[in-house]
Structures are given as structure tokens and as C-alpha cells.
Design a binder for this molecule. Structure first.
Ligand code: NAP
Length: 244
């Protein structure tokens, strides 16, 4: 995987940062996008570049309506001069009950969770084709059945699964497109109810949450060892889907 460049959206923290660290340890060069987490992004860049010179770059972008994706991808392509893999990891996740549904929440979530993966795929298509690359969309085990009180998030991740399958068909045989769906890996930062956490863990056959590294390893497998896998969605959930 030497000299391959992987673009990870929202990669400054949490699962995205762990994925960056892991893929970097396998020899890839890392380009992460960040929006608000500037200091975490800079720290990750410093840490990876101290292990291998010029192996990590960062790019600030907020995925919002009317974003000029052509300019963004042109900028991104200039950084290393190539992109081999795209990992659509950036995501919005918060509850929306029916009375909370609004234009603002709709756009905030849909722009991040579906539009960015689609438009980045569109504008990176010819580059990824040239590199015989791959796209990984980070979805969620809650595409089905849906998570209660998360109407717009559920729609966004179900759409991301549909996007994964559509792109796998349309971009074959040049680019493989797969999904990785985390179960309970890292609790949302806003969610502190211990009872809720214990309740979720009691329904996981493996009896614990997963680690960000579990997601990173599934991504690496799909990128590195799965030339005949496309259009799939791998649940990394300790068996949680068996009890949903
Ligand atoms: N954590 C879990 O257990 C779990 C479970 C199921 C699915 N997942 C999925 O796994 C992926 C990673 O999970 P996570 O918990 O690590 O994610 P996260 O912390 O919720 O979000 C990752 C990053 O997305 C970026 N982001 C959000 N909105 C953005 C926007 N409009 N424009 C640009 N960047 C934006 C943020 O970057 P900045 O901080 O730079 O603003 C954020 O750090 C996500 O796709 C998530 O849906 C996670």
C-alpha cells in the first residue's frame, strides 16, 4: 500500500482518526478533511508526519449546501497529486422527533451524510478510476431497523446504503464501492446515560462495545484484500444485529 493516498472525511477525531492511524501504519499516505476540529487535525498531521515525512495532510471543509465540490476536489487532488481511496466517514448524528423536523436539520444531516459522499464520488470518479481505487462509505447498523427518534439520521444512512449499492453497480468494473456499518463503537459525546449504555451492551452478543480499530481493520480488509467484493455492507457490531 506504499504511496497510495486515502482521503478520509471528518478524520480528525474518533473513528476517522483511528482509521487514519491504522491505514498510515500500513504504508498509506493520509489526507483528512476536518471542519471544526482544527487542533485535533493539526495534531494528527504532526504525529503521522513525525513517523514518516510528508505522509499526512489536512484540508478544512464544511459539507454544506451550495458547496463548490469541483473546487474542493481540485484543491484536494493538488495536495498529493493523487487519490486512491475515498472513505466517507464524516457524519451528523442527533435525534429528530417528528416535531423537530425542520429544513435546517434536514439539510444539515443530508448535506453531510449523503450529499458529500455522492458529490465527492462524482468529482473524484475519473481519478479513482485511473488509480483502480475504491470507495468506502461508513454507514450504521441502524439502517434497518431504524433507530427510534432519529428520523432524519435513519433516512440519511439508508440513503447512504442505497448510494453504496448504486455506485458499486455504476462504477464497476473500475471502482469498488462498499459500506462498513459500525454498531456501538464510541458513544456520542452528548450521550451520558449509563443505564442506556448498559442496556445497549446487554443486547450485544459479544457483551461489549467495539473499538475504533475494529472499524479501521474492516476498512483495510476491504481496501487491501477484497478485489472481488463490491456493493457489500459489512456490519462490525459484535453480533448486535442478531438481537435487533
Ligand atoms: N461512533 C459509533 O459508535 C458509530 C456507530 C454507528 C455508525 N457510526 C458512523 O461511523 C462514522 C464515524 O463515527 P464517529 O462517531 O467517529 O463520527 P463523529 O465523531 O460523529 O463525526 C465525525 C466527524 O464528522 C465531521 N463532520 C460532521 N459534520 C460535518 C460537516 N457538515 N462537514 C464536514 N465535516 C463534518 C466532524 O468533523 P469536525 O470535528 O472536524 O467538525 C466530526 O469530527 C460516522 O459515519 C458515523 O455515522 C459511528
Amino acid at each position: 500500500m506504499m504511496n497510495k493516498v486515502v482521503l478520509i472525511t471528518g478524520g480528525a477525531r474518533r473513528i476517522g482518526a483511528e482509521t487514519a492511524n491504522y491505514l498510515h501504519s500500513k504504508g498509506m499516505n493520509i489526507l483528512i478533511t476536518y471542519s471544526k476540529s482544527a487542533s485535533a487535525a493539526r495534531a494528527l498531521k504532526k504525529s503521522l508526519n513525525s513517523k514518516r515525512e510528508k505522509s499526512c495532510e489536512i484540508y478544512r471543509v464544511e459539507f454544506k449546501s451550495n458547496l463548490n465540490y469541483k473546487k474542493v476536489t481540485n484543491d484536494i487532488l493538488k495536495i498529493f497529486g493523487r487519490i486512491d481511496y475515498l472513505i466517507n466517514n464524516a457524519s451528523k448524528f442527533y435525534p429528530t422527533k417528528i416535531n423537530d423536523v425542520s429544513e435546517k436539520v434536514w439539510l444539515d444531516t443530508i448535506d453531510t451524510n449523503i450529499k458529500a459522499p455522492l458529490f465527492l464520488s462524482k468529482h473524484l470518479f475519473s481519478e479513482l478510476k485511473k488509480r483502480k481505487g475504491a470507495i468506502i462509505n461508513i454507514i450504521d447498523i441502524h439502517v434497518e431497523p431504524p433507530l427510534k427518534d432519529h428520523i432524519i439520521y435513519n433516512i440519511s444512512k439508508a440513503g447512504l446504503l442505497a448510494l453504496t449499492r448504486s455506485l458499486a453497480k455504476d462504477l464497476a468494473p473500475h471502482i469498488r464501492v462498499n459500506g462498513v456499518s459500525p454498531g456501538a463503537i464510541m458513544w456520542p459525546e452528548s450521550d451520558s446515560s449509563k443505564k442506556k449504555k448498559l442496556d445497549i451492551i446487554s443486547k450485544i452478543p459479544m457483551r461489549s462495545t467495539g473499538e475504533p480499530l475494529d472499524i479501521a481493520k474492516a476498512i483495510f480488509f476491504l481496501l487491501n484484500s477484497a478485489p472481488y467484493i463490491t456493493g457489500q455492507n459489512i456490519n462490525v457490531d459484535g453480533g448486535r444485529r442478531l438481537n435487533m
